[in-house]
Ligand binder design. Structure first.
Ligand SMILES: Cc1cc2nc3c(=O)[nH]c(=O)nc-3n(C[C@H](O)[C@H](O)[C@H](O)COP(=O)(O)OP(=O)(O)OC[C@H]3O[C@@H](n4cnc5c(N)ncnc54)[C@H](O)[C@@H]3O)c2cc1C
Length: 391
């Protein structure tokens, strides 16, 4: 399939992943038609708009570290790429991931893997943790890993607008419609069907439909273990100076980071309560009362006083096989590509995914980062690539 510069690419889903693919297709010289099918241009319930918009290099899989480094470079270079007024408010500040004595060996291995890939991770012992973060209760903490560079947070909405507008300025058409399925002919994608029963001819179809990406290919009988799982974010105020507060991940699973003059925080629900959440965007306040607040107040005494300002819930596009992205061509339908399943890290990995998928379409191979480990083959083979650093 290599060296294609013309034809029609239909991308289903026009939030950060779909828009990044469209953007990089043009960036790399694709001169054909690019249609992005997006059912809701307000992006009201998209994961992108509802995300915590943070980036870390602390992952268990080397490919994820590389994708994050690419993402951090992309965020740092936003003005060079999109012009002097472009701004995504990138705050480059580390994730501080706490560990108990039981975590030490795994965390050391993780930090050396991340460092080998180019991340900059410090290992902090209890005294160093207390010295640098005196507001933290650390008596039960044996170590913390702390990203010195390439980690932080940003404004995902602004990032989406920049990438999407840049794509539109280069003749990428956004079509407001719901894509209902793929049309196959002789084992290849021939088009995409819309809800209106209109059909669009396509030389490639990319499934970037986020938490709904499994539904889009269901009719083809293609198993895609991606499910919408609800995650609630609470915006709070507390008597704690956020200036030096990193993105903190507690051993309980609770996380918190500064946002404006307050903080945002969250925690995953217990596995037994983490059902598929189609259409459910109600914040889960019980989670705050029963799990999040007690955990945060234990770790940071100042958070005993927290006041909730507002809360929202969005969906992770959870890869239930291994918590990793599913990226690249289907193993038997070469012009059907996936870009989904990121399980809570899809905004930070959108630039690398955009570039990688564009390389696949244009050149039939990966050139910048080898995304083969995230390929669809492992789904069919049932051989997971487990990501261990998950929240
Ligand atoms: C609470 C929360 C916190 C998060 N925190 C982070 C974080 O800190 N860092 C990070 O990197 N990631 C985070 N994520 C994950 C991240 O938001 C997602 O991985 C990422 O936004 C996925 O982008 P996407 O474009 O694939 O999906 P989405 O943003 O969900 O976009 C998919 C789009 O496809 C459209 N669509 C779906 N089906 C169809 C169809 N059939 N036809 C037409 N259009 C369709 C939808 O309308 C939607 O706009 C978080 C997610 C949540 C919910």
């Amino acid at each position: 399939m290599g060296n294609a510069t013309s034809g029609t690419v239909v991308i289903v889903g026009g939030a950060i992943v779909g828009s990044s693919i469209a953007y990089f297709l043009r960036e790399l010289g694709f001169t054909g038609r690019i249609l992005v099918i997006e059912r809701d241009p307000s992006y009201r319930t998209s994961s992108t708009a509802l995300s915590a918009a943070s980036i870390r290099t602390q992952f268990g899989c080397p490919v994820n570290v590389r994708m994050s480094l690419f993402g951090a470079d992309f965020l740092r270079g936003i003005k060079q790429r999109f012009g002097p007024d472009a701004d995504v408010g990138f705050v480059e500040r580390g994730y501080l991931i706490l560990g108990t004595v039981a975590d030490v060996a795994a965390r050391r291995t993780g930090a050396s893997l991340q460092t080998a890939e180019g991340a900059e991770i410090a290992m902090l012992g209890p005294d160093e943790i207390r010295r640098r973060f005196p507001w933290l209760r650390a008596d039960d903490i044996e170590l913390a890993t702390f990203g010195l560079r390439h980690e932080g947070w940003f404004d995902a909405w602004s990032l989406l607008q920049l990438v999407r507008n840049a794509a539109r300025a280069r003749d990428v058409a956004y079509v407001e419609a719901t894509a209902s399925g793929v049309i196959l002919r002789n084992g290849r994608v021939a088009g995409v069907r819309l809800d209106s029963s209109e059909a669009i001819a396509a030389d490639w179809c990319v499934n970037a439909a986020g938490p709904l990406s499994a539904a889009f290919v269901r009719d083809l009988g293609i198993p895609l273990p991606v499910a919408p799982r609800k995650r609630t974010v609470f915006a709070i105020k507390a008597p704690l100076d956020g200036h030096d507060v990193p993105m903190l991940f507690d051993v309980s699973g609770a996380w918190i980071r500064p946002e404006g003059d307050g903080f945002i925080c969250g925690i995953a629900p217990p596995a037994a309560d983490d059902a598929d959440a189609f259409g459910d965007f109600e914040p889960d306040y019980d989670l705050l009362e029963e799990h999040l607040w007690p955990a945060l107040a234990h770790r940071v005494p100042a958070l005993e006083q927290l006041r909730v300002q507002r809360a929202w819930a969005g969906h992770y596009e959870m890869n239930t096989l291994d918590h990793n992205g599913i990226v690249g061509p289907h193993d038997e339908i070469p012009n059907l590509l996936f870009a989904t399943g990121f399980s809570g890290h899809g905004v930070m990995h959108a630039p690398a995914t955009g570039r990688g998928v564009a390389e696949q379409i244009l050149r039939g191979r990966y050139e910048t980062i080898d995304l083969t480990p995230l390929g669809y083959g492992r789904i069919r083979a049932g051989t997971p690539l487990p990501e261990t650093v998950i929240y």
